[in-house]
Design a protein around this ligand. Structure first.
Ligand SMILES: C[S@@+](CC[C@H](N)C(=O)[O-])C[C@H]1O[C@@H](n2cnc3c(N)ncnc32)[C@H](O)[C@@H]1O
Length: 393
């Protein structure tokens, strides 16, 4: 076992070449490690339990990054050439059926689409197979922390879930509510999603950097914080780090998501409370929160639910509270063909079910109509997301 630990630590530090300790391992030890064994952590990320599953993840992550930089770029160029050949201005809007009929037979665009989706499926399948084939170990690990502090966990296994939360968004098997390992899969799966231009997130870097730049209410008082659609709580933990004296609540409808989030918070010793509830019916008293946030939750909700959530935030914030719901800038109807195709494709093949509804809505105007004033603090601007910080009147 000692040799096993030493080899894992050596590879965890990043260098396989220097891992001479592996030579001291017996064949049995090497095999045992290839199946399942606790292999320590890399910073705050628990390593997957086998080299096999970890290296497949590395492969799909690398492919995704290469796809983004090269294959998709080639597909975008192909689209521009197609438009040029047809005498269409690539900066003008066009209707979707015409655009689809144009791209339908283009080999570069098809290769790009097929390889991207195959890679996405492989990413999930690798994780789903792995966690399910070791389910006893991973389920008992969660059970052991369900009632452990420093924070708390409220699960509602018999809750009637509305239809809108049951989709397998970005084709994650079982979605956020339908697989006991939804949180595990989301965590390791999205680590590769984040390579798309905003850097790594395996140490919650992105969530922490956003939390560190959050604007404060004018009176500086941040006693109670709600992070809704918190998923596995990476942003909730970052908020606790930034505001250690505040009461922090991570709310999500995905029971398996917050169960994993709570386990992680417990291991990392963060006092954060996780609750399985709907953001549109959050159960907190009127005027309770000084700060309400959400990170990339709204583009995965129907527009009408987003409106209900905003109303619930209005009800549960005090005057002067900060509302900081981070998501893409809306206004999709004005898109040029390249982006339009990308969004259609993401919706159709990556099952981004609600993305068109979200983008068609004027998200900022909906918030302002609910008694919030937009505030322009340059620190609250996030690349790709614009200014998203509001003050409760
Ligand atoms: C893209 S994930 C974002 C998770 C997390 N904030 C992060 O940064 O990774 C969206 C989350 O919103 C949750 N969600 C969607 N609709 C919800 C609703 N109506 N109420 C509560 N949670 C919801 C999903 O279960 C999912 O965990």
């Amino acid at each position: 076992m000692a040799a096993l630990g030493a080899a894992a630590a050596a590879t965890g530090a990043g260098s396989l070449l220097k891992s001479t300790e592996a030579l001291a391992m017996t064949d049995e030890e090497i095999l045992a490690e290839a199946l399942y064994a606790p292999r320590g952590t890399k910073g705050r990320l628990t390593r997957l339990g086998s080299f096999d599953v970890e290296s497949r993840q590395e492969f799909t992550k690398g492919f995704r990054s290469m796809h983004r930089q090269q294959i998709r770029a080639a597909a975008n160029e192909a689209l521009d050439r197609l438009l040029e050949r047809e005498g269409i201005d690539p900066t003008m809007k066009m209707d979707m059926p015409t655009l689809l009929s144009l791209v339908d037979a283009d080999p570069a665009i098809n290769i790009s689409s097929h390889t991207w989706i195959a890679n996405q499926r492989l990413t999930w399948k690798n994780l789903q197979d792995y966690f399910h084939s070791n389910e006893d170990a991973y389920l008992s690990e969660m059970e052991a922390t369900d009632r452990k502090g420093p924070g708390s966990l409220e699960l509602k296994p018999r809750m009637q879930l509305p239809e809108h939360v049951s989709h397998q968004i970005h084709i994650q098997p079982g979605g956020y509510v339908g697989d006991p390992f939804a949180g595990h899969m989301y965590h390791y799966g999205t680590n590769s999603f984040y390579l798309g231009g905003r850097g790594h997130n395996d140490q919650d870097q992105i969530h922490r950097s956003v939390a560190n730049n959050l604007p404060l209410p004018k009176d500086g008082k941040v006693r109670r914080i709600l992070d809704y659609g918190c998923g596995i709580g990476q942003f909730s933990l970052a908020l606790k780090e930034r505001f250690p004296d505040a009461e922090v609540w991570g709310l999500d409808i995905g029971g398996p998501m917050i169960r994993y989030g709570h386990m992680r918070a417990s291991h990392l010793k963060y006092d954060v409370n996780f609750v399985q509830r709907l953001a549109e019916d959050n159960g907190f008293p009127d005027g309770y929160f000084d700060l309400v946030t959400s990170y990339i939750a709204h583009h995965e909700m129907p527009a009408d639910v987003s409106r209900q959530v905003i109303a619930e935030v209005q009800r549960t914030t005090r005057p002067g509270a900060i509302y900081y719901p981070i998501d893409f800038i809306t206004g999709g109807s004005e898109m040029i063909p390249r982006y339009m195709f990308g969004r259609w494709w993401d919706h159709r093949w990556n099952n981004e079910r609600w993305s068109f509804e979200y983008h068609a809505m004027d998200f900022a105007a909906e918030i302002e109509a609910r008694g919030f004033n937009k505030a322009a603090d340059p620190k609250s601007v996030i690349r790709g997301f614009g200014i998203r910080h509001y003050i409760r009147a």
